[in-house]
Unconditional design. Sequence first.
Length: 181
Amino acid sequence: MAFLVAPEGIEQVELTEPWKAVEEAGGQPELVSTAPGSVQAFNHLDKADTFTVDKVVTEVSPDDYDALVLPGGVANPDYLRTIPNAVRFAGEFFSQQKPVAAICHAPWTLIEADVLRGRRMTSWPSLQTDLRNAGAEWVDEEVVVDSGFVTSRNPDDLPAFTAKLVEEIAEGKHRAQARSA
């Protein structure tokens, strides 16, 4: 399972809690970023831990993974959406009908991938206009699942988010996942 992140600006708990849930379910997460080395996580606006990158996005393909997790943090997805290889990588999970989970600000990256038309989803509230403009139906709910696509609003939603992402990964491919990719 791929966890796609920028070199910094990742909300730490939105990386570590889903990572732990995947490991506890028997999965093997890999940290994919835009550059080798390590990435800097944050607890809100304060620097937190660093994490070692397993693979660089230019070296991998969605073929290598069963699913994708996009942690939030404001700077993380804002940076990723400016990197064509990261946007392509994220978007291809939809065309391959594989589960994708995005929390908080993470859907910004998916707007650039143009995979949100017709999707029902949630996010951090400040993204709702951007997501609606991208063709999504935005709702204010703890967790939303739309054909293998799992979204949540913020760290308070992590228990529901991690449970649903593990469930969707266990279900495997979702034919309707490719409808807007």
